[in-house]
Design a protein around this ligand. Structure first.
Ligand code: GDP
Ligand code: MG
Length: 341
């Protein structure tokens, strides 16, 4: 059974000479769930209609993490595109990232990127220009200084082989304001994060760097405030390559109550391409004397993508009936919106 499928995928990705990236692509393609896709689209349309402003919470995967924990890198790995990294960009307003698999696109073709923000602004962009486009949109929403805002920007990524996922990236948590940031930046960021992670419909993707002590992470403290037993928290541990010692213990002892489990990853480093990064990641967890001991169900971006799609499917299925009910219970002007779902 497995062989013909692998062959087919290989044929589809024939331009890629590297067997590892084929495995990664097949893991993602295998978990593509046709039944969830229309439901996810419905939820995204509701998000677009800003129903949350009317007190209706949507099932959402929210990415949180301390500054430089690797949030943007994880999103980049999941999306298979280069996103702005480092400070200043894309971290001052929530970024809703909608990844959509496009099986009709030619293998190796450019991803289609589109930004949506403000009152109906829609801007087509490209991988090369996306950093500037996000920067411009951020400036329009939050001003050109270092201020932040809770009004989101949506980035739609259509690309062959990406997992069908919608994730919200939030500003990173800093205790100490950087130059030009308002003094109360910590309170402002905390408020936005809380707004997104407090609803029980939210799944918290907590990004932790392997180089730090998990209990000291601000993002752990915050998620524990709203999800004490970690029932809706999944941890992704970045920089496994930088701190392999003791990582197995950290993720098996689970000192910080992560209910949905840990996935250890290694993101793109420096100028690596996406395919090189995945190949390096595979090799690291296969050959490294310490990292190879971590169970394969807990390592790698393809595993993370699969876990997230599974979790997303489950929360959507769980929450949608109640959302439909809440919308139908509204008075006429709001309930008319139902026709568009
Ligand atoms: P953010 O502030 O949480 O969005 O963090 P970034 O994604 O910007 O990452 C911060 C820094 O850590 C960047 O220089 C990344 O290249 C680096 N980084 C992220 N993930 C990894 C990883 O898995 N391995 C290594 N070696 N570096 C990483
Ligand atoms: Mg970032």
């Amino acid at each position: 059974m497995g062989k013909p499928k692998a062959k087919r995928l290989k044929a589809a990705h024939h331009e890629s000479s590297d067997a590892t990236s084929d495995v990664a692509a097949s893991a993602i393609a295998d978990s593509y769930n046709e039944q969830i896709r229309p439901l996810l689209d419905a939820v995204d349309r509701l998000r677009h209609l800003k129903v949350t402003q009317e007190g209706i919470q949507l099932p959402t995967i929210v990415v949180v993490g301390d500054q430089s924990s690797g949030k943007s890198s994880v999103l980049e790995s999941l999306a298979g595109i280069s996103l702005p990294r480092g400070q200043g960009i894309c971290t001052r307003v929530p970024l809703v990232m909608r990844l959509k698999d496009d099986p009709s696109a030619a293998a190796g073709s450019q991803p289609m990127l589109q930004l949506e923000y403000g009152r109906g602004r829609v801007v087509a962009t490209s991988e090369r220009k996306v950093a500037d486009a996000i920067d411009e949109a951020t400036a329009e929403i939050a001003g050109s200084g270092k201020g932040i805002s809770d009004a989101p920007i949506t980035l739609v990524v259509r690309k062959r082989g990406v997992p069908d996922l919608t994730l919200v990236d939030l500003p990173g948590i800093t205790r100490v304001p950087v130059k030009g940031q308002p003094d109360n930046i910590y309170d402002q960021v905390s408020k936005i994060i809380m707004e997104y992670i407090a609803p029980k419909e939210s799944i918290i993707l907590n990004v932790l760097s392997a180089t730090v002590d998990f209990p000291t992470c601000e993002s752990i403290r915050m998620s524990q405030k709203v999800d004490r037993n970690g029932e809706r928290t999944l941890a992704v541990v970045t920089k496994s390559d930088k701190a392999p010692e003791g990582l197995l213990d950290k993720v098996t002892m689970d000192d910080v109550n992560i209910g949905l489990g840990y996935v250890c990853v290694r993101n793109r480093v420096g100028d690596e391409t996406y395919d090189q990064a995945r190949a390096e990641e595979e090799r690291l967890f296969r050959d490294h004397p310490l990292l190879s001991k971590i169970d394969k169900s807990m390592v790698g971006i393809p595993v993370l993508a699969q876990r997230l799609m599974q979790i997303q499917g489950a929360i959507i299925a769980k929450c949608l009936p109640d959302i439909v009910k809440q919308i139908n219970d509204r008075p006429a002007p709001s309930s008319s919106r139902c026709h568009r779902i």
